[in-house]
Design a protein around this ligand. Structure first.
Ligand code: SF4
Length: 76
């Protein structure tokens, strides 16, 4: 079971390629150069969290796959 459930806000995404560059095992790009989650069951889940934290527009939301709790972005 994957550690994280990943949700991409496609409207917010600016297609800079960070997702697929840093985690090509997880993300593939579509014909708009925006990421699609192809395989959330990565061996490096902390890499996904890093990508979410470094997305320039906070378009990657991360949820704990087991509890459903939002991990990123943090609620204030
Ligand atoms: S890091 Fe953010 S802006 Fe960049 S491709 Fe991924 S979702 Fe889009």
């Amino acid at each position: 079971m994957p550690k994280y459930h990943i949700v991409i806000d496609r409207d917010a995404c600016v297609a800079d390629g960070l997702c697929s560059d840093k985690a090509p095992d997880v993300f593939v790009t579509d014909d708009e150069d925006k990421p699609i989650v192809a395989n959330p069951n990565t061996k490096w889940p902390e890499n996904i969290l890093w990508i979410a934290k470094n997305c320039p527009v906070e378009a990657v939301s991360i949820f704990d796959a087991e509890t459903g709790e939002k991990v990123w972005p943090r609620e204030e």
